[in-house]
Structure formats: structure tokens, C-alpha cells
Design a binder for this molecule. Structure first.
Ligand code: SF4
Ligand code: SF4
Length: 169
């Protein structure tokens, strides 16, 4: 894929075919909710901007959030091969935390994925999908800039989860 940074290649490939419910298209449950309406803005990971700059059907927008990285807006339809990482791992997120000086990964439902029925119902997902999200995260973490970004998002999501817990949600 032209302009795809090498640090992203393995993760993009791993998550090309894998989907949350395996062979069943989860878009049938919700009529493809995560590709519609307000859900069409995805936070980009480091190095993804270059891949989407000027690509038909996408707009790269600078924002004040996302730790200095832009947001991608799509038209609501795309070629699977060209989805950003945020869509490939949705509705999960690989939390990165330190344990005895080593970076560890915990795969969680992304607390920002509240519109997704799978996340809301805490559904058991296809283990192969979860495994590939973990393997993709391992691969992404080899790049220092992506690792720093994943750690920052992980802290943010952990804070959200703690707040939800305190509020009894
Ligand atoms: S919102 Fe959830 S269930 Fe619906 S298509 Fe997206 S990932 Fe699948
Ligand atoms: S980029 Fe593709 S998968 Fe992601 S929200 Fe847009 S249409 Fe859906």
C-alpha cells in the first residue's frame, strides 16, 4: 500500500480480514452504526496521516485533541484495505501499562465505543480477532512514537474507566 509507514504495515495486514464476530458481519446487528453519523471521525495514530493525505473519500483534519495527531473523516463507505487502525480494532483498544519495567498489553472494550452494541452488552468476541488486536499492538509498540501515543491514550481510557466505575456505570 502506497505511503503506508512500515511501522503500520503488520498491524494493517493482521486486521484486514479479522472482524469482531468472526464470520458473522456485526454490522447486521446495528446497521453499520460505527460507519454512520457522528461516528465517521477517527483519531489517527502516528504515521497514519501520510497514508490518508489526499486519499479520495477521506479528509484529514487537524484538531487540538489526540495528542497532536489529526482526525480522519470518511464518507461512510470505504475500501476495507484502506481503513485506519481505529476502525480495524474497533470496538477494542489495547491498553499499554508498565509492569516490573516491561510494557504489557490488556485488550479492553474501548470506553469511547458506547454506541456499539457489542461493547454495551460486553459480548464475547471472536478470540482470533482479539488475538490479532493484541499481536497488532505488539507490532505497533516497536515504534517509539506510536508507543508514546498508545501510552497516552491508555492513561486517558483508564481514567475514563475509573470515573465510570466511581459513578457506578
Ligand atoms: S457498531 Fe459495533 S456491532 Fe456495529 S458494526 Fe460497528 S463494531 Fe460492529
Ligand atoms: S473508514 Fe471505513 S470502516 Fe472506518 S468508519 Fe469510515 S466507512 Fe467505516
Amino acid at each position: 500500500m502506497k505511503n503506508l509507514h512500515p511501522a503500520l504495515k503488520d498491524a494493517y495486514e493482521r486486521l484486514y480480514h479479522k472482524t469482531p464476530l468472526g464470520f458473522y458481519n456485526c454490522g447486521r446487528i446495528c446497521d453499520g452504526l460505527c460507519c454512520r453519523g457522528d461516528s465517521k471521525g477517527m483519531w489517527l495514530y502516528p504515521h497514519e496521516k501520510e497514508f490518508f493525505d489526499g486519499k479520495e473519500g477521506f479528509d484529514v483534519c487537524e484538531t487540538e485533541g489526540n495528542y497532536g495527531y489529526p482526525m480522519l473523516i470518511c464518507s461512510g463507505e470505504c475500501n476495507r484495505e484502506e481503513r485506519p487502525l481505529a476502525c480495524r480494532i474497533f470496538p477494542l483498544f489495547p491498553i499499554v501499562y508498565e509492569d516490573n519495567g516491561k510494557n504489557k498489553i490488556k485488550i479492553i472494550y474501548d470506553p469511547r465505543a458506547g454506541m456499539c452494541p457489542l461493547a454495551r452488552e460486553n459480548r464475547l468476541l471472536d478470540p482470533k480477532f482479539v488475538k490479532e488486536v493484541r499481536m497488532a499492538a505488539r507490532s505497533l509498540m516497536r515504534d517509539p512514537e506510536i508507543l508514546e501515543y498508545m501510552k497516552a491514550v491508555s492513561e486517558e481510557l483508564t481514567d475514563i474507566l475509573e470515573l465510570k466505575h466511581l459513578l457506578g456505570e
